[in-house]
Design a protein around this ligand. Structure first.
Ligand SMILES: C[S@@+](CC[C@H](N)C(=O)[O-])C[C@H]1O[C@@H](n2cnc3c(N)ncnc32)[C@H](O)[C@@H]1O
Length: 327
C-alpha cells in the first residue's frame, strides 16, 4: 500500500475546488465523506481515485482489492475537520469517478423490495430537500429517481449528506430534458403530478381549458398567464402550448394500478408545464394532499415522502390481495 503524506499549503482552497460543481462536471469526479458512505460507494462499484485519511485504521476497514491503484494521502485530522461538511468528521474523504447508474450494483435487498414506482424531480433547487427526497425514495422502494435539468446536482456534498447513502441504493438519473424523460419510464407508466392545488374553484364558463369542472386556483392563475401570452401570439401568428387539463384526486385514492411515476415540483415555481403535459399524455392525474384551509403548500420533500409511502402502501395492498386470490 503506497501512502503519501500531503503537504497542503492551503487545504481549504483545495477542498473548495474539489467540492465545486465545476470540478464535478469538468473532471467527472465527486467527493465522498465518511466511512459508511465510502464503504457503500465501493460496494456499489464506484471507482475511487484518491483517499485522504487521518488514521490507517480507516483504510483497513475498506476492502483491500478496491484500494489498488488509488492514491492514498495521510493528512492531519485537523485538515479533515476543516474540509469536512459533517458535524462529526469521520477522518476519511475520498475522490471518486462520478458514478454511472448503469454500471452500478445496487444492494440485493433494495432490488428485492423495489416497486413499480418512480419519482421525477422537477426543478428542485434545495440540496437538503433533494437529499431528503432521495432518502425517502430509497426507503419507499422506488425503482428509479429522475432529475430534470434545473435540479441541484445530486452529487453536491449537502445532497449527499442529507441522502444518507440513498445515492448507492436507488438509481438516480440526472440532468434530463423533459423530452428524454419518457425513455427512462417503464412501458405504460402513468405520470402523476403532486399538486398543492390550494382551494378548488369552479371554473368559469369560457372557451378555454378551464371549461370543465373543478380546477385548482393555481391552475387558473397559470391559465390567465397563458391566455395573455396567447393573445400576444395572435398578433405574431405564433402558436403556444396549451395548458393540459388534468383531473385532481386525493392522494389516498388508488393511483398505482399501472407503473406510476410521481412528479414533485420545485420549491419556488412548483410544477412545470412539461410535467403537466407528460401527465396528460400518459393518462395521469394531479395528486393532492389535502391540507387545512389557510395552509399554502407542504415542503417538497414532505410531499414527496407522503406520496411515495402512500404509493408503497397501495402497491403492497394490491400484491396481498393478488396472492390471497390465487391461494
Ligand atoms: C413548496 S411546493 C411549491 C410551491 C410553489 N410556490 C407553487 O406555487 O407551486 C413544492 C412542491 O411540493 C408538492 N406539494 C406541496 N404541497 C402539496 C400538497 N398539498 N399536495 C400535493 N403536492 C404538494 C408539489 O409538487 C409542489 O410543486
Amino acid at each position: 500500500m503506497l501512502i503519501a503524506s500531503l503537504c497542503v499549503s492551503a487545504p481549504s482552497s483545495v477542498m473548495t475546488v474539489v467540492k465545486s460543481r465545476t470540478f464535478r462536471e469538468k473532471q467527472g469526479k465527486i467527493l465522498l465523506e465518511g466511512r459508511r458512505l465510502i464503504a457503500d460507494a465501493l460496494k456499489a462499484g464506484a471507482v475511487p481515485k484518491m483517499f485522504f485519511f487521518s488514521r490507517l485504521d480507516y483504510l483497513k476497514e475498506l476492502p483491500a482489492d478496491k484500494l489498488k491503484g488509488v492514491r492514498l494521502v495521510k493528512v492531519k485530522f485537523e485538515d479533515i475537520k476543516e474540509w469536512s461538511d459533517l458535524v462529526t468528521p469521520q477522518g476519511i474523504m475520498g475522490i471518486f469517478a462520478k458514478p454511472d447508474h448503469v454500471k452500478m450494483t445496487f444492494p440485493a435487498t433494495q432490488l428485492l423490495h423495489s416497486l413499480p414506482l418512480l419519482l421525477i424531480c422537477d426543478n428542485l433547487r434545495d440540496p437538503g430537500n433533494l437529499g431528503t427526497i432521495l432518502r425517502s425514495a430509497a426507503g419507499a422502494g422506488c425503482s428509479k429517481v429522475l432529475l430534470t435539468k434545473g435540479c441541484v446536482d445530486p452529487w453536491e456534498p449537502k445532497v449527499l449528506r442529507a441522502g444518507m447513502g440513498a445515492h448507492f441504493q436507488v438509481p438516480i438519473i440526472n440532468n434530463l430534458d423533459w423530452e428524454t424523460v419518457p425513455k427512462y419510464l417503464p412501458d405504460d407508466t402513468r405520470v402523476y403530478v403532486a399538486d398543492n392545488c390550494g382551494l378548488y374553484t369552479q371554473a368559469q364558463k369560457s372557451n378555454k381549458a378551464s371549461d370543465h369542472g373543478w380546477i385548482c386556483d393555481q391552475q387558473l392563475s397559470k391559465i390567465h398567464k397563458y391566455e395573455e401570452e396567447e393573445e400576444e401570439d395572435l398578433e405574431t401568428g405564433a402558436s403556444k402550448d396549451w395548458l393540459p387539463e388534468l383531473e385532481v384526486q386525493s392522494y389516498d385514492l388508488d393511483w398505482t394500478e399501472a407503473p406510476a411515476a410521481v412528479v414533485i415540483g420545485g420549491e419556488t415555481h412548483g410544477l412545470s408545464l412539461e410535467s403537466l403535459q407528460l401527465a396528460e399524455s400518459t393518462g395521469g392525474r394531479r395528486l393532492l394532499i389535502p391540507v387545512v384551509p389557510g395552509v399554502d403548500s407542504l415542503n417538497s420533500a414532505m410531499a414527496a415522502s407522503i406520496l411515495l409511502f402512500e404509493g408503497r402502501r397501495q402497491l403492497r395492498l394490491r400484491a396481498e390481495h393478488l396472492s390471497r386470490d390465487r391461494s
